[in-house]
Write a protein of this length. Sequence first.
Length: 239
Amino acid sequence: MKSAVFLFAIWCVTAVFAQAIVKIDDDAFGKPLGGWNKRSARAAEYPLSGATYRTYKPEVSPTPDGGLFVSVRIDHVRSWLSSDDHATLEITINSVGMIVGAQSNIAIQGRSISSDVILGTNVAGNQAVGMDRAVQIGTDLVANLSAKLLREKIVEAGRVSFPAVVRHNYNLLFQSIRVEETPAATVVPTEPIEPPVAPPSNPPTPEAVPDKPSTAPVTPPLDIKPYATPGASPTGPVK
């Protein structure tokens, strides 16, 4: 029983749970827009609906739940005698790579038109999920911006198309989301560990050890007899 206990091995398992890493592929986002500018590598210019627009590389920051917050600047490029119009597109991505919220702002002639925060709901008013939610968010975002832009009586072609350009960038941004998985777990074995042995409750008393016999040589006693002892033979010459 004790030998089995002493040979018991302990394995240390370092569990690294599978965790998704959400990223934005800048190249996949910029290529459909004509590619990033070779000089600055920060923006891409492209024609759309008879006007010219400029999209900058996304600004990305992580969210507490493991997702991303992404902000994209979009310019309506006008003639050199006129100032450009500007728009921002902001989206929130959860930890599994799905868009869960979006908002946009358009600045035209000193006026700012901001959309509502779009979270994506279906016809019944319930929150959509997955791909349906991402599609619904894009649709609601453009409808909200277009309605507010119409109330401002904006009629210039490039400006009227701004909500559609925002939706175009939204679609491309959704397609550039990447989710990478990390390894699930690693196992690190350790050397067998023997449990400590408790000392006995009544330790045995050491027994007395007998002295070892002396190994020195023993001299026999001398046989000494007194002189002229009766019965002893004479030691001198017989006269």
